[in-house]
Design a protein around this ligand. Sequence first.
Ligand SMILES: O=C(O)CCC(=O)C(=O)O
Length: 324
Amino acid sequence: MPGNNTIFEPLWVDAPDALERLEQKCSDGLIGEELRGRLSHLIKFGWVVIPGAISTELADELSAEIDHVVDAPEFFVARTENQPFLHPTKAVYSDPAFRLLGYHVNSRLAQRAVFAPGIVEVLRAGFEEGVNAFQSLVFRYGSQQEKHQDGAYVVVSKPLQFMASWIALEDVTAGSGELAYYSGSHKLDDFLFPGNSKAWHPEAHGKPVHREFLDSLVSRCETANLPLETFLPRKGDALIWASDLVHGGSKIANQNTRRSFVTHYCPVSVKPNFANFTKHYYEQKVAENCYISSRHYDLRPESLPKRLLDGLLRRQPYKRPTVT
Ligand SMILES: O=C(O)CCC(=O)C(=O)O
């Protein structure tokens, strides 16, 4: 079986004695039955499903709102396969590799989804403090991304201390590039990039070690006989994964869309790496214990947008030149 060997400080839910700590919290009356089941699943397998985390109505409203970003692309940031930061024009939006970045800062509907009660409950319990949604991605189609651990790309001050949610904005069908993950793979021993880094720095580390990273994850999961599972949710369902869960997008076998909203969250005391290099880093409180931050948008109070249209905050991306 994979071990729990890490040189980094984990969240308590990823610590070797997490199940005992969960039992203690339950007997102290801090955690109820439903949450106990969810946390126990997250601890054992590295992921947990929150059925109906958002209503189907909210999912539809959010999808419809997202479709309209093409009407004012200059207010939003997107990316495609080969172009990191673009505005979502109609051409960009129709690219199968389209991803809308940081939409959780732009939309009240997105914030309702990202901070849906069932999601926040698990994150709050796992973080034992306020929750900072620090980056998000909206997908229209499956990503087909190779199996990976997010820590190579999602960099925070305590490398294991974040989680992600994946919210289905429509019923997901087999063959649409459904999310796939090796159940239990969050307990693999660390893969360390040079300098004992959990993060991959492409310029410093180069591509061969990245290939080695991806191959090593799959081979260690297979050697440990960890089941490769897929997520075929109904609209509104969400899946929360632990930072080290090995996951990716299945191959696309049909033309179906697979609309989804992925968010990465960390405890407020943990800082996303971009806080070190964006001059505008700010955590905006949007609800009790719920904060948003962004690499792409300036959220400081003095920069608040003048226009609030039907719940859609028309924020300018922080700096046009980052959108090349
Ligand atoms: O939704 C997918 O296809 C994969 C998403 C993913 O791997 C990620 O956002 O880290």
